[in-house]
Design a protein around this ligand. Structure first.
Ligand code: HEM
Length: 137
């Protein structure tokens, strides 16, 4: 690694790269705005309970701890196991891909370093894959 390529994943490097909590809130708000109007994401958007602001906040709070920042989801909503939290949902590869694509588009609109955008999406594919297994696919 060189100085201009931070090793994301170490300490809170990723949390900082995402712009801390305000950056994650922007990312997740954009993610749900995109999901709401994307034809590809119609099915997964319909699975959500309906309050996009709350869904966005929960995701931003989870990502905060997941990226090495404050564990805000746990502090505000309690413990969560991501695959188990999705096990009741009919998620297969097309739903997973729609979710990742919405996140890729949302990340593209953030003032993040290009390397971090790529890193973030690659990392999110890991829990997304575990969700797929938990959902029986
Ligand atoms: C694989 C594609 C995914 C789909 C289709 C999906 C879909 C959903 C849906 C429909 C909900 C609302 C569930 C409900 O209220 O019953 C939800 C909640 C949530 N998802 Fe996902 N999700 C995916 C991937 C992920 C990933 C990769 C993460 C984290 C890295 C994540 C984090 C969360 C969190 C934190 C919640 C809120 C849980 C709660 O407190 O109710 N999701 N997701």
């Amino acid at each position: 690694m060189t100085d201009d390529q931070p090793s994301y994943g170490t300490s809170d490097t990723s949390y900082q790269a995402a712009g801390e909590l305000s950056g994650l809130i922007n990312l997740c708000d954009e993610f749900y705005r995109i999901m709401a109007v994307s034809a590809e994401a119609k099915v997964i958007y319909a699975m959500h309970p309906g309050d996009d602001n709350l869904s966005s906040k929960k995701l931003a709070y989870f990502l905060s701890g997941w990226l090495g920042g404050p564990k805000l989801y746990r502090e505000n909503f309690g413990a969560i196991n991501i695959p188990c939290a999705h096990a009741h949902l009919p998620i297969s590869t097309s739903e997973r891909d729609a979710w990742i694509n919405c996140m890729r588009k949302a990340a593209a609109m953030q003032p993040y370093a290009d390397a971090f955008k790529i890193y973030l999406i690659e990392q999110l594919k890991v829990p997304a894959g575990r969700i797929l297994q938990a959902c029986g696919n």
